[in-house]
Design a binder for this molecule. Structure first.
Ligand SMILES: Nc1ncnc2c1ncn2[C@@H]1O[C@H](COP(=O)(O)OP(=O)(O)OP(=O)(O)O)[C@@H](O)[C@H]1O
Ligand SMILES: [Mg+2]
Length: 280
């Protein structure tokens, strides 16, 4: 169980996430939706401890992850893999090495610096790539792949961490509909077959409806909806996205499955792989 109690994050005077209370049982697939700026990314980043809450407590299996330091914090970050909209692969390295980077937190710094991976690690990296249907690109430089392929590599890398939770921050927002489906199907498959909890920020309602048993709607940092996708009535959707001033219905942009190509927001990369790459 992942538990959040009165989790709040401030940036200066701005409250990005406010008093969030959530209990996410192991093995659930949760979609987090809300307008731009609602606090979705901030929430995921606090769970993974890329940023710290200003107030409140986050627990996993009874352990207060919001208080972890040092090796225990790194162990939590290994248990809780992140997938980003912009994939965060290392473009100049080949696909296989990128996937092997998912093992870094399992190994000693010395081995990491030497860039040595065991045959067993290589075999499981290939297996992860096969599962994502992308093993044929194992020796290609990651930067030469399409966005959809890169996101599949990022998921394979996450699997190599053998995580208990996968946090995906708009994993399909930069992808065309076909690749978006492949990526969401992969996340759903991992959730079902391995029982890994998946919490994913999504910017289209119908993706959340199609893939997530539970939907959390955020508005201005607060959770304003939490329930099964079937309960997402028009009224609930209005509460999440706000009323449309001219009285027309919620816009297509929000509800449509097709990926909005006007919105390839480039965000600051938060995965700090560079120090670990010194040996490559
Ligand atoms: N590092 C930061 N420094 C200052 N303010 C921040 C920072 N990160 C987020 N914010 C602010 O916190 C609020 C929530 O941002 P967040 O990125 O979590 O929203 P979001 O729901 O993920 O939006 P989007 O759909 O655009 O990704 C926004 O007002 C944002 O400007
Ligand atoms: Mg975001």
């Amino acid at each position: 169980m992942l538990e959040m109690r009165k989790v709040t994050r401030r940036f200066g005077g701005n409250v990005a996430v406010k008093n969030v209370e959530l209990d996410i049982p192991n093995g659930q697939m949760v979609g987090v939706i809300g307008r731009s700026g609602a606090g979705k990314s901030t929430l995921l980043r606090m769970i993974n401890r890329l940023i710290d809450p200003s107030e409140g407590v986050i627990k996993f299996s009874g352990v207060e992850v919001s208080a972890l330091r040092g090796a225990k914090l790194r162990a939590w970050q290994r248990d809780c893999a992140m997938i980003f909209q912009q994939f965060n692969l290392v473009p100049r390295l080949d696909v296989l090495t990128n996937v092997l980077l998912g093992r870094l937190n399992h190994r000693s710094t010395a081995l990491n610096l030497m860039g040595i991976f065991s045959d067993a690690e290589r075999a499981s990296a290939i297996a992860a790539l096969e599962r994502l249907g992308i093993a044929q690109a194992a020796l290609q430089r990651a930067g030469t792949l399409s966005g959809g392929q890169q996101q599949r590599v990022a998921i394979a890398r996450a699997l190599m961490q053998q995580p208990k939770v996968i946090l995906a921050d708009e994993p399909i927002a930069s992808l065309d509909p076909m690749n978006a489906k492949i990526v969401m199907d992969s996340l759903a498959d991992i959730n079902r077959r391995e029982g890994i909890t998946v919490v994913t920020n999504l910017h289209t309602l119908d993706t959340a409806r199609n893939y997530c048993e539970r939907v959390v709607g955020m508005a201005a940092g607060e959770v304003v909806f939490d329930g099964p996708a079937e309960d997402l009535t028009t009224e609930a959707v209005r509460m999440i996205y706000g009323a449309v001033s001219d009285g027309s219905d919620i816009s297509e942009e929000i509800t449509s499955t097709s990926i909005d190509t006007r919105r390839p927001k480039v965000k600051a990369s938060t995965a700090s792989l560079e120090p670990a790459l010194a040996g490559f």
